[in-house]
Each structure stands twice: as C-alpha cells, then as structure tokens.
Design a protein. Sequence first.
Length: 191
Amino acid sequence: MSPPMTSGEATEPAVLDAAELASDPALEGGFAESAHRILADLVGAGAALGWVEPPAPHEVAQLLGHVASAARAGDASLRAAYLDHRLVGFGYWLRYARPTHRPHADLEKIAVDAAVQGRGVGQALTAALVADAREAGIEVLTLDARGDNTHALRLYRSLGFSEYGRLPDFVAVGDRRYDKVFCMLDLRGQD
C-alpha cells in the first residue's frame, strides 16, 4: 500500500478493498484489532454505530470475518482507509439475504477514527462503497442513521442519498431516545 505522501504525512486516505487488504499479510493481520480500537473508542464516546457499550474484540473480528467472506462471494463490499500506513476508518455494505431483496444492499457501517474526522476519510470510504455497489449491479443502496448524527447525514446527502423515512424516538441509549433515519441511493439507470 502506498498512500499519497506530502512532507511525510498522507494527504488523502488510501482506500483499500477486501482483496487488496487480504493481499498484504501485515495489513490483514492487524485489521480486526485496529478496527476494534476505532469502534471501541467511538462507541465509548457515544458514537451512533449500533452498540451502547464498546464491542468486544472477538465480536468485531467475527463481524469482519463475516463481511470479508460475503465480499469474496460477491455479496458485500469492505473498504479500509489508511493514512500513513495506519487504519483510520472502514466501512461495508451487505447484500440483502431475502431472495426478493437480493438486487439491493445495505450500507451497514462507516467508522472513522475521531482523530482524523473532517479530513475526508468518511467521504472517501462512502464514495468507494457506492462505486463498488454500482459495479456489483446493486440497484438500491440503503442505510439508516441515528437522527442526531448530523455530520453523517450531511455526508450521505452530499453523495446523493435521500431520506425515505424516519422512526421518531426509535433508538434507545439508556434514557435518551433518537430518531432512526432511513436513506437510500437509487443506482438504477446510473452509469
């Protein structure tokens, strides 16, 4: 992996797909551990990533193993972002399992290290995942986000996603309640 370098510091993230990640034993070997660190830090700080408490390392490793396996089968895309040879974010989509929904996929997670948020990592990851969805023939890419995650919702809108529904006060974090916002990107007819 050779991210663009300027004065010894990467200016843009190198965004690798699952095959590129698997082809570098040094990167692949530390991927689950680094991804766990990012998720644990973000969730511990209250990020909206689907956990109330930081996930255990084995839970993250199992999740990423499932996604990597699905990616090899053509049913997912996994992307990892590196700056200066350090994992700073990752994301993935999974094709829907229900036979009647197989043409579609759900963008399930985008996680970016808090230390590099605002540097375009989330946008690079999401754009790469959208491109992968197009290439895989996905017709509609969906996602959901917690209603207070305004930065993520703004990012998704900037990439063409539109809101198609909202469940008020659906997400429970202790006594706090948040809307669950559903978004979609219709890729049919787009080249």
